[in-house]
Design a protein around this ligand. Sequence first.
Ligand code: DGY
Length: 330
Amino acid sequence: MSKPSLLVCRAIAPEVIARLEQHFEVRANQADVPWSQAQLIEALQGRQALFATGSERIDAELLQACPDLRICANMSVGFNNFDVEAMTAHGVVGTNAPGVLTETTADFGFALLLATARRVTEGERYLRAGQWTRWQYNTLVGSDVHGSTLGILGMGRIGQALARRGHFGFGMKVIYHNRSRLEESVELETGARYVSKDELLCRADHLVLVLPYSKTSHHAIGAAELALMKPTATLVNIARGGIVDDAALVQALRDRHIAAAGLDVYEGEPMLHPGLLEVPNVVLTPHIGSATGPTRLAMANLAADNLIDFFCGDGPTNSVNPEVLNELAA
Ligand code: DGY
């Protein structure tokens, strides 16, 4: 029997390509050439499966143009690149890669929180510019992390991992807001207390965003929300661009409505709102929350597992539209 045909649309670890080749006819973009949407559609012609990174737009137009496509597997936990409704309507399965990046991304959230609160990158710029001539009591003073109040918006796996770090590692009071309140046992285990979104904004010394992007979370943090925050507060976004209104954030940073921000994700990335490059009180990183060798490999292997299990096993574990699988099984 001939193998199904798979497109791997960006460069990934060669050992994962080798694994996939055991089950699929693989066309892999190991040169990592960036493709336009039209080129992606062209490359998908006659193929049943797509290995995606989380950036490729899988929408009604693409699905219409690629009638052989049966599954798209993201090597990311986020799947806002999928139009899930359109995929379901076309009977195309979508999968993501949750779990394997939780601790790594929570580590990074804390790195960004600490760098932002303690002005680490501002300090490095100051030193490299030759401005450090003597010790002064008020040079680059930041805010304490230990013993402060950590606010978490979005309390999924990564939010809970952040809460544990804050509560047990830094003795922080942890408050969170989420679509639904967690079970009491999880609140006890993470040391986190549920509050309303407004209370979270008003009380957090350090607010970390870890909610998924969707139409409802678009600009969940805009001018009105930033105005509720303390002028001494910091904001960290390791979730997705578009959750924060970047123009409003630039204004809040310029006007010192909040003290500082740490950002790993941006509206329209890899483009940035130009104002972010001009304000000093922001730490900027290029979407590297999950970027450690073992974690990126685990993410790619989980996406591969989902593809292999769809064609050769009991079905993928991480389907984002299980109704398609149910229909296929019926
Ligand atoms: C994810 O998995 O969603 C991370 O942001 C990496 O893309």
